[in-house]
Design a protein around this ligand. Structure first.
Ligand code: MEV
Length: 707
């Protein structure tokens, strides 16, 4: 099997034809060619999925004259060949899209011929010969496409010089989107040549400016400075516009990508159409789509499906057909989610070696698993997703979408430790994607690495703040308007509160309390989550809590009273704390009694029980304390409350306090039992571990009761 890489040009297309440098990067898709000995008197080439057939015979292959000429040139390199060949090319790149398909076909054809004729050839030779192939199409190719098709990787190319590989400081994510057909590269190259002839000084200056962008872009890539890398792409695009290489469509796509948060974007390749390339943070696909969102997506999927039916690859056709099923109309979207997941399973069976297809299939299965109508989720679909993700991660351990989904799936099935070694890599692999920096905390929290959960979310929160600034999100909503910001803050608080990290906890809690306090509208669910800001203040800034204004929303008010209660107990004002308990209502009347309202009521019950227990502890009434704390723990551990949010809505396992109350009462065996039970709920909780150690110390190391 012979291979040629597809490529994108990051910087320097066209000016590279005129001796300036270009920076290019191979993409994961390319061209594969198989060669078989043929009894015929000519060599034939069949190109899938374009349904193109050629041969080296005398009769012209109508519509494919250039390809026929190129094939004849390739065949001419083997004058003493003992037999002819049947060549079958599988092109997994869009043609005429600026992704180097013709060079990749040339390189793969030449390598296939070498293999069939038993010729050992160096890459330098393959490159030289493929340049002759490429000249048929482009007249005056710089050679960048052939060099990339031959060698792959990321590299700086200067015409006539060996390719110089570039080492990136960190992985980057690029998105290529097709704007439509383009005139031939030859035409675009000759239009630039005409401009150069007409204005050698002006156009030469533009080329020099692009050369400077290429060097700055290269060093940004080497330093891992994605902000500069993105702005270099924008600068390069402006120069390509000046050279009349862009189109309205490409410009619109560049603008759309940048306003959606891309760090930079440009056309790539010959221009006049073809692909737009954007430097992005993703992929962070997570959710299914609701009925309304599906309407425009169905139109897009149908458009893609129709376009690809003519000359898309088998993979593209299978994917677009599955997408159409996903977005078909209907209010009950779970039916479509399931149809899409099953269709994707068939696509995965067709392309088992394709990591991206398997990753998308796993995502589809997980979404369908949750839109299941029974209790919880569909275990069969979730297990199937896990099996696919494990296959991907076994061969591509740095596949960020697979890690993202694997963290979710293993958490859902209660085996977070399976994802731990992958979670350790994710933030490094996508260091600017705040959601992917956040994701490992789903594993860290549940394997007991609370400090890591706090730190990775703290970083995700900072990225979110930077993103909000970049996107110009202003006003009181500001960064809170970003979909995952509150989640990152709350997850970071979950970790910091368990780890006892006051610095991170307060850094996250103060802005949350500041934003939540004045709100007068929010679902009980959101209020429940935002309550963790008050919990963190109660834990690490008891004096500050007493200065906080009363929030407007009912559950936040209750959290505020709880926090004040904790703070007053800390200050020794037990009567004041008792008043705060009275101020926490047993329930808050809402117009829709649902799961959210139930969980919020449970939260009220927990906070009342905890304060009651704490006051009793302060008054050395151990039995009363144990009763109240047991009650709090039991509410907290009901399935409906503990499954309600992730991380858990209440900030620590109350059972560990029950253990402390029992220990204080002299029941060390009971304390040991409860501390162990608490550690099953939150692994490696340092407070429960300390109580367990103290209980064991009382029991004596050799006691039969120690286990
Ligand atoms: C095409 O991928 C790149 C161009 O610079 C042409 C070439 O370098 O041969 C437009």
């Amino acid at each position: 099997m012979a291979y040629g890489h597809g490529k994108v040009i990051l910087f320097g297309e066209h000016s590279v034809v005129h001796g300036r440098p270009a920076l290019a990067r191979a993409v994961s898709q390319g061209v594969e060619v198989r060669a078989l000995q043929s009894p015929a008197s000519v060599t034939t080439l069949h190109i899938d999925p374009w349904q193109v057939d050629l041969d080296t015979g005398a009769a012209p292959n109508r519509g494919h004259e250039a390809l026929q000429r190129a094939l004849k040139i390739a065949r001419g390199f083997y004058p003493n060949a003992p037999f002819e060949l049947t060549l079958r090319a599988d092109v997994r790149l869009p043609g005429g899209a600026g992704m180097g398909s013709s060079a990749a076909i040339g390189v793969a054809v030449l390598r296939a011929m070498d293999e069939a004729y038993g010729q050992a050839r160096t890459d330098v030779d393959v490159f030289d010969r493929s340049l002759d192939w490429e000249k048929v199409f482009h007249g005056n190719p710089s050679g960048v496409d052939n060099a990339m098709a031959t060698y792959g990787g990321t590299a700086l190319y200067v015409r006539g010089q060996p390719l110089s590989p570039v080492t990136q400081a960190q992985p980057i994510q690029l998105l290529a989107a097709y704007s439509g057909p383009s005139p031939s590269t030859e035409k675009m190259v000759s239009s630039v040549k005409q401009q150069l002839d007409a204005d050698p000084v002006g156009v030469g200056r533009l080329f020099d400016e692009i050369a400077d962008i290429v060097q700055r872009g290269k060093s940004a890539l080497e330093r891992g400075d994605t902000a500069t890398l993105g702005s270099c792409m924008n600068e390069n695009h402006q120069r390509l516009i000046t050279l009349k290489l862009s189109t309205d469509k490409l410009n619109q796509m560049v603008a759309a990508a940048c306003s959606a948060g891309a760090l930079g974007a440009k056309l790539t390749g010959g221009g006049g159409g073809g692909c737009m390339l954007a430097l992005v943070d993703g992929p962070t696909i997570n959710y299914g789509k609701d009925a309304k969102e599906r309407v425009p997506l169905l139109a897009l999927a149908r458009q893609a499906d129709a376009a690809l039916r003519a000359n898309g690859t088998a993979r593209e056709r299978a994917l677009s057909a599955a997408l159409v099923l996903r977005y078909l109309p209907g209010q009950n979207t779970s039916k479509q989610d399931r149809a899409y997941a099953l269709a994707m399973q068939r696509v995965a069976a067709q392309f088992p070696a394709d990591d991206d297809v398997l990753g998308l299939t796993a995502d589809a299965l997980m979404v369908a698993s949750f839109s299941y109508e029974g209790e919880g989720y569909d275990h069969t679909l979730m297990d199937a997703a896990i099996a696919l993700l494990e296959a991907v991660l076994a061969r591509a351990p740095e596949h960020t979408p697979a890690i993202h989904f694997y963290i979710h799936a293993t958490e859902v099935v209660g085996k977070p430790d399976l994802a731990e070694r992958h979670a350790d890599q994710l933030a490094r692999l996508a260091p600017r994607a705040s959601h992917l920096v956040h994701m490992p905390s789903h594993t860290f929290y549940w394997v007991g690495r609370y400090q890591d959960a706090a730190e990775t979310n703290h970083r995700a929160v900072r990225l979110g703040i930077e993103n909000a600034e970049r996107l110009g999100l202003k006003g009181p909503e500001g960064v809170w308007g970003l979909p995952y910001h509150a989640h990152n803050v709350i997850f970071g608080l979950g970790g910091a509160l368990m780890a006892g990290d006051s610095r991170i906890a307060l850094d996250l809690a103060r802005p949350l309390v500041g934003a939540a306090g004045p709100r007068d509208k929010a679902e009980p669910w959101w209020q429940l989550l935002a309550a963790s800001g008050y919990f963190a203040m109660a834990r690490f800034d008891p004096a500050g809590v007493l200065a906080l204004p009363e929030p407007k929303l009912p559950y936040l008010k209750a959290a505020w009273h709880y926090a004040r209660g904790e703070s007053l107990i800390w200050a020794g004002d037990l009567a004041g704390a008792a008043k705060e308990i009275e101020a926490i209502p047993a329930k808050v009347v809402t117009d829709k009694p649902d799961d959210e309202a139930l969980a919020a009521e449970q939260m009220l019950g927990i906070t009342r029980a905890v304060l009651t227990g704490r006051i009793a502890m302060a008054e050395r009434r151990w039995a009363d304390a144990a009763t109240a704390l047991r009650q709090g723990a039991e509410i907290e551990e009901t399935e409906s409350f503990s499954d309600f949010t992730d991380p858990p809505a209440f900030w620590y396992p109350v059972r560990r306090d029950l253990a402390a109350a029992l220990l204080a009462s002299g029941d060390a065996a009971g304390a040991q039992r409860e501390a162990q039970a608490s550690l099953l709920l939150r692994k490696f909780d340092p407070v429960a571990m300390q109580t367990l150690a103290a209980a064991r110390a009382v029991l004596g190391r050799d006691s039969a009761l120690v286990r």
